[in-house]
Design a binder for this molecule. Structure first.
Ligand code: GUN
Length: 283
C-alpha cells in the first residue's frame, strides 16, 4: 500500500483562511484579537519561534505585541508584565516563550496567566478542564496533531493510539485528547519495556520524544497513521523522531518533518487567540 503524506503546510494554509475570516468578523464588531508574546533572554531558537509567531499574526490580521526582556529579568518583573497583560483589554492571548532562564520558576509564571488568555493551554485550569473533558484552551501542538489525524478521513474512535513521550506540552495532553475522541490510548516513555512491540500495536502512532530517527518501520503497524512531532537538527538538517524513508515502507499515512506538525502549532496558536477573543468557550 502506498503511504500518503499528511501535508501540514497545506492544511495550515487552509485553516488560516478560516481564521482570517473569523478575525474579520470580530473586527466588524470592534474587536481586534490581540496576542502578547514575552521572550526572556537570547536563546536563538526561541527568537526565531517568536518572530514566526509575530509574522503569522500579522498575516491573519491579529494584533501582536512582542515584549523582549533581558536574560537577567527577575521573576517579580516578569510577573508584573503578566499582571499588566491580564488586565489589558486589547490583549486576548498571552504566551510566555519557554524555556525561561533558571532564576525564574516556570510554573509560577504559567500559573499567573489569566486562564482565559492562556493560548498555550498550559495553565492548570486549562489542563484540568482538558482532563475532565470541559471546554478549554487546548495546547497548540496536540490540537494540531488531532487535526492532522482527522485530515486522513479515518475515524479516531475505537482505534488503538500509541503515544511515545509523556511531556506536559505534547505527550500527556495529546493522549487525553485522543481519549476524548474515543481512542484506546497507550502512553510509552523512556522506561517502557518492549517499546517496539507496543508501538507496533498502534493504529495511530504519535512520536514526541526529541530523538532523531528513534522510530523505523519495525515500530509501525502496516497501514498505521504516524505523526512525527520531533524537530531535531542533525548536520544542519531538520529531522523528526521517525526515519521517514524507512517508515514509508509500512505506514498508511505519515507527517513529514519539516512541513507536518510544525506549521500546525502556530496555526493552532492563531486559532486559540481568536477563540479567546470570541470567548465562546467561557461560560
Ligand atoms: N517553547 C517550545 N514550544 C513552546 C510552546 O508551545 N509554547 C511556549 N510558550 N514555548 C515553547
Amino acid at each position: 500500500m502506498e503511504t500518503r503524506v499528511i501535508d501540514g503546510r497545506e492544511l495550515s494554509n487552509r485553516l488560516r483562511e478560516d481564521i482570517k475570516s473569523r478575525v474579520e468578523r470580530l473586527k466588524e464588531k470592534g474587536i481586534t484579537p490581540g496576542l502578547a508574546v514575552i521572550l526572556v533572554g537570547n536563546d536563538p531558537a526561541s527568537a526565531v519561534y517568536v518572530c514566526n509567531k509575530e509574522k503569522a499574526c500579522n498575516k491573519v490580521g491579529i494584533y501582536s505585541q512582542v515584549i523582549r526582556l533581558d536574560e537577567n529579568t527577575s521573576q517579580e518583573t516578569l510577573l508584573e508584565y503578566i499582571y499588566g497583560l491580564n488586565a489589558d483589554k486589547t490583549i486576548h492571548g498571552i504566551l510566555v516563550q519557554l524555556p525561561l532562564p533558571p532564576q525564574i520558576d516556570t510554573n509560577a509564571i504559567i500559573n499567573a496567566i489569566d486562564p482565559a488568555k492562556d493560548v498555550d493551554g498550559f495553565h492548570p485550569v486549562n489542563m484540568g478542564r482538558l482532563m475532565i473533558g470541559e471546554d478549554c484552551l487546548e495546547p497548540c501542538t496536540p490540537k494540531g496533531i488531532i487535526r492532522l489525524i482527522q485530515e486522513t478521513g479515518q475515524p479516531i474512535a475505537g482505534k488503538h493510539a500509541v503515544v511515545i513521550g509523556r511531556s506536559n506540552i505534547v505527550g500527556k495532553p495529546v493522549a487525553l485528547m485522543l481519549l476524548r475522541h474515543n481512542a484506546t490510548v497507550t502512553i510509552c516513555h523512556s522506561k517502557t519495556v518492549n517499546l517496539k512491540e507496543i508501538a507496533r500495536q498502534g493504529d495511530i502512532l504519535v512520536v514526541a520524544v526529541g530523538k532523531p530517527n528513534l522510530v523505523d518501520s519495525s515500530f509501525i503497524k502496516p497501514g498505521a497513521i504516524v505523526v512525527d512531532v520531533g524537530i531535531n537538527r542533525v548536520d544542519d538538517k531538520l529531522v523528526g523522531d521517525v526515519n521517514f524513508q524507512d517508515a514509508c515502507q509500512v505506514a498508511g499515512w505519515i507527517t513529514p518533518v519539516p512541513g507536518g506538525v510544525g506549521p500546525m502549532t502556530i496555526t493552532m496558536l492563531l486559532e486559540n487567540t481568536v477563540l479567546a477573543a470570541e470567548r465562546k468557550w467561557v461560560e
